[in-house]
Design a protein around this ligand. Structure first.
Ligand code: ADP
Ligand code: MG
Ligand code: ZN
Length: 486
């Protein structure tokens, strides 16, 4: 690919988490778990004479996304009919937006591996309705298709970028960030396995240095980052080979064969005019008041990028820690609750990243599902700070808190884990260890001072991990010095 430059534009479909569908009162249900065709009505089944009604919540969510992507929200919106004949939509058309979408001219900055940032322009964001799901069955030579209209009419956003991405990595970074933002905005669950976000990758190549675009192909229905990356990389190589072989790229709509890892042609050239778009006669144009746009703008949550910058500036966290803690909103909220409960930010970050996350990974639990609350972690950190327990014991206490939901102090008390800082008790333990190990004492006195660590270990063991290591170190040094002088 050195001879050619990649040009990539993405169209991202994201379902919106509204209570009801885009144009009817049907509930939006989990399209994987719900019984087929249990959330349908005459409107989303395309019965003659039924009239659509616009879902206000969907408009609000679409505005959120538009504003978060730095778009202008258009006050004048028109819905359009996109006509096509396929059983995944019973009406034989999809209500979408065409000439007057809700949001235009935005941008999103992505972070690249080398620490560079790059601005990707967002051409438009528009609302439409999702289609039903077809399942094709082939049994003993008989072939038929099953259709489930639960998803038909679910509000869908399409986010269209300009062809600004120049590598597969940039496409991945952009798609990842869009997913993160729609999750932060509570517009979409981000649950890719359930198909709530789907990508279409528009790909072309051109000779390096050229400023004209080559002919593009469009790979549809990419349901994972893996598929997005695989299909885009495959198309880039294929197109370069076609051109190198003296051929020409035909504009085409492609599918991605996940198992063979190849693209395949789905239909020949398909243009906007094939859809015979026209303004939806059953819906009046939608006027969005400036005051509504303003109110939605004011209600946007702090977005990951701003949050991360704030964690670095306000809490003194490193970029890595700040990035991980802000990656998902529930984690960021948990962290902030711990800080609000009096936790020192760096210490909280350290406990969350180094210990809590590994417990969560092991148990396969998200932070909303765990039994340890933010204030409880702060309680645990306090015990370590006060040296009631040392940090190693602290880890065990956290594991017990994670398993039972009990307070740190309660566990320390019940299990008798409080650290022994009492000098007399520890001095006796140190003396005992030295008395029990005359050979090592002799070696130490001959100059093998590294044995100090070994002696500390023995005392820790004797105390079953409860000795205050700082105090033990001091006592050991003093007693060994005494032996050296005697
Ligand atoms: P439409 O599909 O409505 O005709 P476009 O073809 O202009 O609209 O754009 C659809 C998507 O394809 C956009 O994301 C755009 O960035 C991308 N795109 C347009 N031209 C190219 C190209 N030559 N190479 C790669 N992507 C492109
Ligand atoms: Mg397209
Ligand atoms: Zn319905």
């Amino acid at each position: 690919m050195t001879k050619y430059e990649a040009v990539i534009g993405l169209e991202i479909h994201a379902e919106m988490m509204t209570a009801s569908k885009m144009f009817c009162g049907c509930r939006v249900v989990d399209s994987v778990e719900a019984e087929p065709n249990t959330a349908v009505c005459p409107v989303c089944l395309g019965m003659p004479g039924m009239l659509p009604v616009i879902n206000k919540q969907a408009i609000e969510l679409a505005m959120r996304v538009g504003l978060a992507l730095n778009c202008e929200i258009q006050p004048y919106n028109v819905f359009a009919r996109k006509n096509y004949f396929y059983p995944d939509l019973a009406k034989s058309y999809q209500i979408s937006q065409y000439e007057e979408p809700i949001a235009v001219n935005g941008w999103l900055d992505i972070d690249l591996e080398d620490g560079e940032r790059k601005r990707i322009r967002v051409r438009r964001v528009h609302m439409e309705e999702d289609t039903g799901k077809l399942t094709h069955v082939a049994e003993g030579g008989e072939r038929h298709s099953l259709v489930d209209y639960n998803r038909a009419g679910v509000p869908l956003l399409e986010i269209v970028s300009e062809p600004d991405m120049r590598s597969v990595e940039e496409a991945r970074a952009y798609a990842t960030k869009i997913r993160q933002i729609v999750r932060y905005l509570a517009v979409n669950t981000g649950d890719m396995e359930k198909g709530v976000i789907r990508f279409e990758s528009n790909v072309s190549v051109r000779p390096r240095g050229s400023d004209e675009f080559g002919t593009r192909t469009e790979v549809k229905n990419l349901n994972s980052f893996r598929a997005l990356v695989g299909a885009t990389a495959y198309e880039l190589v294929r197109q370069a080979e076609v051109i190198d072989g003296g051929g020409k790229i035909e504009q085409d709509t492609l599918g991605w064969d996940e198992s063979k890892e190849v693209t395949f042609s789905q239909r020949s050239k398909e243009d906007a005019h094939d859809y015979r778009y026209f303004p939806e006669p059953d819906l009046p144009p939608l006027q969005i008041e400036a005051s509504w746009i303003e109110a939605v703008g004011a209600s946007l949550p702090e977005l990951p990028e701003a949050k991360m910058a704030r964690y670095e500036a306000e809490y003194g966290l490193g970029a890595y820690e700040a990035g991980v803690l802000t990656e998902e909103r529930p984690v960021a909220e948990w962290f902030e609750a711990a800080v609000a409960a009096g936790g020192e930010p760096k210490q909280v970050a350290n406990w969350v990243l180094n210990h809590l996350f590994s417990l969560m990974n092991e148990a396969k639990l998200g932070i909303e599902e765990i039994k340890v609350g933010p204030a409880q972690l702060v309680g645990l950190i306090g015990l370590v700070e006060k040296k009631t327990i040392n940090s190693n014991t602290g880890k065990d206490v956290l594991a017990a808190m994670f398993a039972t939901g009990a307070e740190a102090a309660e566990i320390v008390e019940k299990k008798g884990l409080a650290q022994i800082s009492d000098t007399d008790a520890l001095a006796a333990m140190v003396a005992q260890v030295l008395a029990d190990n005359p050979d090592n004492v002799a070696r130490y006195l001959e100059g093998q001072t590294k044995l100090q660590g070994w002696f500390v270990g023995q005392v820790m063991k004797a105390s079953r991990g409860k000795a205050n290591p700082g105090v033990v170190n001091q006592l050991l040094a003093a007693q060994l010095a005494e032996l050296a002088n005697s």
